[in-house]
Design a protein around this ligand. Structure first.
Ligand SMILES: Cc1ncc(C[n+]2csc(CCOP(=O)(O)OP(=O)(O)O)c2C)c(N)n1
Ligand SMILES: [Mg+2]
Length: 341
């Protein structure tokens, strides 16, 4: 049905994400890389849609509530046939439909996002209306973990339970980081799963950069919502911010910084080329990078850029916990040597 399998699509999302932020000087590449596997599994394996008929009544609805990662949904939509992937190069530029945060001017986007804390509420409204009208579509939304600091998220969590919205599936991109620091240094959320459970939701906790785990979780979510038709489902997907480019992983610098000309862009592209799945072409640098620049000792790489580092003595422990929770470590692509199709 789909042109790409989820491994191929995740790679495409990452490669487009690097290019789009590189060209536009736009932010949030760390957030795009962390959510890439979630988006790929959704668009390759889970969501029901018709790219040439984006308003198809029976489609599943999707809202990327962490709208600052707009590049990820744009790349997924373009690669799945909603619009020409060439348009991705206009990302975040004057006059483009592809604004830095998600815009409903694009086919396949049902709701604009970027101001955090609204996607789940909108998803609740859609799920409620579909249920009330006896329509088949499901509603999926992806939130950031830092986004869950917003009070409106928890109002929506209550609402979904009260109205028994079992056609609603939320995914949290739990990368343990927000814009300036680790989540637990900003606003403590643990035990995150227990909070959702206490609000009446089915909770599944997985590694959100492992596509096998993601696929299994979406299947379980489908079973759960049929078995217990009174509960919404949340998948807490533990991820790594920046996943797929070793020097961006778990480094908060890459929330706002874009890959600059020189070693930042060259090394990011090279790393992606090392794990390019069969059957996928790189539309920007098909042969990789000839004579790539590499970082020197003086370059700002593998240093800590979190806000609280200077005073927070528990930092190394937090780092260890974040990595353990996502079941991975720095440079995971290189270590896993994945080349699946
Ligand atoms: C209401 C609102 N406040 C602040 C921001 C600025 N902002 C953009 S991204 C971000 C951090 C979000 O962290 P998280 O939800 O964990 O997303 P991640 O980038 O880690 O995936 C913030 C505070 C915003 N977009 N909306
Ligand atoms: Mg986060």
């Amino acid at each position: 049905m789909n042109k790409w399998n989820s491994q191929q699509l995740a790679w495409k999302i990452r490669r487009h994400g690097i290019e789009m932020t590189h060209r536009s000087g736009g932010s949030h590449i760390g957030a795009v890389l962390s959510v890439a596997d979630i988006m790929a599994v959704l668009y390759a394996d889970v969501l029901q849609y018709r790219p040439k008929e984006p308003d198809w009544e029976e489609r599943d609805r999707f809202i990327l509530s962490k709208g600052h990662a707009g590049a990820s949904v744009y790349a997924a939509l373009a690669e799945c046939g909603f619009f020409d992937p060439e348009e991705l190069t206009t990302h975040d530029q004057d006059g483009s439909r592809l604004s830095g945060h998600v815009s409903h001017y694009l086919p396949g986007i049902d709701f604009s996002t970027g101001s955090l804390g609204h996607g789940l509420s909108a998803a609740c409204g859609m799920a409620y209306a579909l249920k009330k009208d006896g329509k088949p579509g499901r509603v999926f939304t992806v939130l950031g973990d830092g986004e869950c600091d917003e009070g409106s998220v928890w109002e929506a969590v209550l609402f979904a339970n009260h109205f028994r919205l079992n056609n609603l599936i939320a995914v949290i991109d739990h990368n343990h980081m927000q814009s300036l620091d680790f989540q637990e240094n900003t606003l403590e959320m643990e035990d995150f799963g227990a909070k959702w459970r206490a609000f009446g939701w089915h909770v599944l906790e997985i590694n959100g950069n492992e596509q096998g785990e993601l696929k299994a979780a979406f299947e379980t979510a489908e079973e759960r919502r049929r078995e217990t038709p009174h509960k919404p489902v949340v998948i807490i997907a533990n991820t790594i911010k920046g996943c797929g480019v070793s020097f961006m992983e778990n480094d908060i610098l890459w929330h706002y910084r874009f890959p600059h000309d020189g070693w930042e862009y060259d090394c990011a592209v090279l790393e992606l080329h090392q794990v390019k799945p069969n059957g996928v072409e790189d539309p920007y640098t098909p042969d990789g990078i000839k004579n790539p620049e590499t970082p020197t000792e003086a370059d700002d790489i593998y240093k800590d850029h979190t806000f609280t580092y200077t005073w927070n003595t528990s930092y190394p422990e937090q780092m260890r916990r974040a990595k353990a929770a996502s079941g991975s470590s720095f440079g995971m692509w290189g270590q896993k040597g994945e080349k699946e199709v």
